[in-house]
Ligand binder design. Sequence first.
Ligand code: THU
Length: 141
Amino acid sequence: QRLCKGDTMTDDRLCRAALEAAENAYNPYSHFSVGAALLCGDGSVYTGCNIENASFTPTVCAERVAVFKAVSEGRRDFVKIAVAGKGRGKTYGICPPCGVCRQVLSEFCKSGFEILLVTDGGYEAHTLGELLPLSFEFTGE
Ligand code: THU
C-alpha cells in the first residue's frame, strides 16, 4: 500500500496503515500478527507484515519487510514508522521492534527517527536513539 504525495500523513493515519498491514500477516506458527507502516521523506508510505516459514529462521518481521520494500523502490529517506502487533484473539498491545529490525532501521535512520508503537486505543512514540543506544556504525574501509 502506498499513499500519494500530497496526502497528509498524520500519526493516526500511519498507525491505521500499520493495523491494516497486520491483517496480511502470514503467521501459521506463532499466530502473532504484526503490521508496520514506514513514512518516507517524500510522503510515500510502505507497509509490511510478518511472514513466517516452516523452517522458522527465514521468518521476517513486518518492520524489515516495510524497510526492504521501500529501499528496493529507491527510498532511503525515512521519517517515522508505526508498528502494531497482537496475538491470536488478543487486542493490540505495544510491539517494540526486535533487535535485528532496530539494527536495520539504524542503517538508514538517524537517532531522532520516530517509532510509533500502537496500543489498544492509541500509540506511544519513541525514537530509534532511545531504543538502540550506542549503535554500531561501520567505520572500516
Ligand atoms: N515479529 C515482527 O514482525 N516484528 C517484531 O517487532 C517482533 C516479532 C514477528 C516475527 C514472528 O512472525 C512473530 O512476530 C513472533 O515472533
